[in-house]
Structures are given as structure tokens and as C-alpha cells.
Design a protein around this ligand. Sequence first.
Ligand SMILES: [Zn+2]
Ligand SMILES: [Zn+2]
Length: 156
Amino acid sequence: MAGLKHSRQRDAIAENLRHRKDHPTADMIYKDIRNVYPNISLGTVYRNLSLLVELGEAKKITTGTGAEHYDGDTHPHNHFICRCCGNVLDMNDFIDCSKIKLLAADQFDGRIEDCSILFYGVCGECLKKEEKEKLSSAETSDRKTAIQETEVDFPA
Ligand SMILES: [Zn+2]
Ligand SMILES: [Zn+2]
């Protein structure tokens, strides 16, 4: 395999991926690895990431909204994608994908090898921000109503 000769760089990429929980994009890993290997190119990072996925040492998460994310945790688990900040979060594997795979295989000619479930929505951090904004805008509109009530004289 062509990429195998760059094994030190690949090890560094695998190591970087294993020690983070933020499901980085190739770009994010590239920025980190460049500190150790200043001459590495983004293309090399991409190639090594693909190889790691092929070797089963990493998983690729396709979000459908922009760049692909990579996960050093290859144990079966599901993911959540925040539509506000774009973060990819881990979800517990509370859904038994092995059962889903069997159900799917029942109605499918091909061979099903893997199954992952993506949840979409707003993450806890963004929800907190949203609540705060709602609260502060509710305060201002409360004030506005109060002002209106004192200023407007309704005819009796
Ligand atoms: Zn978020
Ligand atoms: Zn994950």
C-alpha cells in the first residue's frame, strides 16, 4: 500500500485522533500535526485518514453538511450533530445497531456491513445560549409592553 511508508506521520495522526473527543475534520488535524511535521500537506493528512479508516483504526462521519469528521473511537456508538455550532457529539449506543442491521438485511439484496445513526438538533451549549437570548429579549419586550401600558391612554 502506497501510504504505508509515511507511517510515522500516520501514527501521529492516529495518536492525535485517539486523544480527542471532538470528532475533528481533516483540516483540524492538519493544523495540529503541522506543529510536529511542518512540511506535511493537507493531502497527506487526507490520505492517511482514509487509510486509517480502511485499516479500521478510525471512523469517518459524514454529516451531510460540509466537511467529513473523523473519530478515533471505533467502538459502536452513535452521533449527534448540532445545527447551530456544527459540533459532532457522542451518543450512547442505546440503540442496538446489530438488530437494525438484521432487520435491514432482511429486505436488502446486498451485504450490510455497518450501521450508524445520526441525530440532528441543537446541542446543550447552544440551547443554553438560545434560552439566554430568549430571556433577554423577553425582558426587553416586557419593558416595552410596560412602557406602552403607561403611555397609552385607552378611552374608557
Ligand atoms: Zn451547538
Ligand atoms: Zn464518536
